[in-house]
Write a protein that binds this ligand. Structure first.
Ligand code: ARG
Length: 476
């Protein structure tokens, strides 16, 4: 059992020492636990593509500035491209004994092309390199998140269009308040996710400046063309302070905050769907493909996806708090604490993307029980405000009208009926102002249709809003 182990360990250490970028001033090997504690390869390997893309832009610029020859540039470029395609095709395994992805790529390059590979890191530090890699990676992920939010918005808009006359109760304090439509209810979420979409666009714009060329913290003595690398990598320009460039993680905090807000919106929506899907409400039925069962209770069909989305919201909030706390005491410029930005951000991005995708699928396939919703809107006195407004329109001061309808509600509760089920005589006994037209004035349809101000649930107002939503999504 014991034989063989020491030899294995020596081999591993040798590999690790070989791939180190900073062995020169050290006289002995690093403690193994230190190596493991310090390493980031297990998680930063996910941006190998961005690391190689950044390196290619860097050597292209070095050759343009005469710091590398064209032959050296071509040789390094070909080497890097080979590494990229080999990793993609599974021909090259990322060796996790390396400290980080930067060390692995550089060591592999030197192994493959020899001494020319040792010139790759000229005029660069891992501090500006990792700042660049993380920005490139985050930028790609913001675009993906944006695309998923657009899909969600399109799905919500389709449901809105199909349900401008699907009546349901609107709630305050989770008590029935006034009638509205399913289109109006979903429209509220459209507005929330629309804000989320523009928040992502803002972050992208603000972060899109290239830190490459900032060196360890104080720039470099080489005549780098930072504008050129920024342009090659699709940035709007270079960053303007080399210390800030390597120490800035604001854009991650902004993204985590935007994702926390997306999750908060998804979580609220999930909570409503869980309530609507309950045996008591029965407003919706979640499709079998998006439901799960119980191992013991055969009758169960549970809204697990909505519950998980609600639950995972806590993880994303946690990542935001975690990074804010990590950053709060870090003096300028780069400190190793900042390596902690990655795992939590990656997890939050994966979680948010997964949740948006699953949530979109769940609502796209969900069945709405329009009859149950309408029936629920008719019970529970959702037309009480409209009944009071009827009296006001017939000259009764609003405060008095409020009191009269309060009495009517009490009467109905006692008789277990709704307002429209009272006879005209019964109504008149409480207030002589009531006439036959009261029934039309407090019907579900009238209550909704009369709410014509922009932003309200009336079909005319909704039509205008839906047209605006379409316009906003046109270019997406
Ligand atoms: N793995 C490191 C990080 O994620 C890369 C930068 C290392 N720089 C350094 N000076 N040790 O932050």
């Amino acid at each position: 059992m014991v034989t063989g182990k020491p030899a294995l360990r020596i081999n591993r250490l040798r590999g690790r020492e070989l791939m180190k970028l900073w062995g020169g001033r050290f006289t002995k090997a690093t403690n193994q636990l230190v190596d493991e504690f310090n390493a980031s390869i297990s998680f930063d390997k996910r941006f190998y593509k961005q690391d190689i893309t950044g390196s290619i832009a860097h050597v292209t610029m070095l050759a343009k500035q005469g710091i590398l020859t064209e032959e050296e540039r071509d040789c390094i470029k070909a080497g890097l491209e080979g590494i990229l395609s080999d990793i993609k095709e599974g021909k090259l395994q990322i060796d996790e004994t390396a400290e980080d992805i930067h060390s692995f790529v550089e060591a592999t390059l030197i192994e493959r092309i020899g001494d020319t590979g040792k010139k790759l890191h000229t005029g660069r530090s891992r501090n500006d390199q990792v700042a660049l890699d993380m920005k490139l990676y985050t930028r790609d992920e913001i675009s993906e998140l944006h695309g998923l939010i657009v899909e969600l918005l399109k799905t919500i808009l389709k449901i809105m269009e199909e349900n401008t006359e699907t009546y349901m109760p609107g709630f305050t304090h989770l008590q029935k308040a006034q009638p509205l439509t399913l289109a109006h209810h979903f429209g509220a979420y459209f507005e929330m996710f629309l804000r989320d979409k523009t928040r992502l666009e803002d972050i992208y714009k603000r972060m899109n400046y290239c830190p490459l060329g900032s060196g360890a913290l104080a720039g470099t003595t080489y005549p780098l063309d930072r504008e050129y690398t920024a342009e090659l990598l699709g940035f709007d320009g270079p960053t303007f302070n080399s210390m800030d460039s390597v120490a800035d993680r604001d854009y991650l905090i902004e993204l985590l905050s935007a994702m926390a807000t997306i999750m908060m919106h998804l979580s609220r929506f999930s909570e409503e769907i869980i309530i609507w899907n309950s045996n008591e409400y029965r407003f919706v039925e979640i499709d079998d493909a998006y439901s799960t069962g119980s191992s013991i209770m055969p009758q169960k069909k549970n809204p697990d996806i909505a519950e998980l989305v609600r639950g995972k919201t806590g993880r994303v909030y946690g990542a935001l708090m975690s990074l804010l706390t990590t950053m709060k005491g870090i003096p300028l410029a780069y400190n190793k604490d900042m390596q902690e930005d990655k795992e939590m951000t990656f997890d939050a991005i994966d979680t948010t993307k997964g949740c948006i995708q699953l949530f979109t699928g769940m609502i796209a396939t969900m069945r709405f029980r329009k009859d149950v919703m309408a029936k629920s809107a008719m019970n529970g006195f959702t037309n009480a405000t409209d009944a009071a407004d009827y009296l006001v329109n017939h000259g009764v001061p609003f405060r008095d009208a409020h009191g009269i309808i309060g009495q009517i509600v009490l009467y109905c509760i006692d008789k277990n009926i709704s307002i429209e089920e009272m006879s005209l005589e019964e109504l008149k006994a409480i207030s002589p102002v009531f006439e036959e037209d009261i029934y039309d004035a407090i019907s579900l349809k009238t209550c909704v249709e009369k709410r014509t101000t922009i932003g309200g649930p009336g079909p005319e107002a909704m039509k205008q809003v839906i047209a605006r939503c379409h316009k906003l999504l046109e270019e997406e």
